[in-house]
Unconditional design. Structure first.
Length: 110
């Protein structure tokens, strides 16, 4: 019984390894590659956001005390950045994103 199991395992492994030998890249046509290149070129014109910090330590705060800080987001891309929604990782954090679009090279607080 053990020999049959080992034989079945070896055969399955052999089939799995040899069935993957086709070169997938050779099956992609030049026209399909051009579509990908054009899509990547469009990505270069998107807004890119950069934060001045990604976390902030308030230290020890008393229960019920309200504290706040600003995270400055800068648009380092080539088109306007519009932040539609911003959420904290828990219910105790309430981010307020800017209402207006952030122009390329400009910054705004969250």
């Amino acid at each position: 019984m053990k020999i049959k199991f080992i034989l079945a395992f070896v055969l399955s492994l052999n089939i799995a390894v040899t069935s993957c030998k086709d070169n997938v890249a050779s099956k992609i046509s030049d026209s399909e590659m051009n579509v990908v290149k054009k899509a990547n070129a469009k990505l270069e014109n998107l807004p890119i956001l950069e934060f001045d910090k990604v976390e902030y330590n308030f230290g020890n705060i008393k229960e019920g005390e309200k504290v706040s800080t600003d995270f400055i987001v800068k648009n380092i891309g080539k088109s306007d950045l519009l932040i539609i929604s911003a959420q904290g990782s828990c219910g105790c954090t309430v981010p307020e994103p800017p209402k207006a679009p952030i122009k390329p090279g400009q910054s705004a607080p969250i």
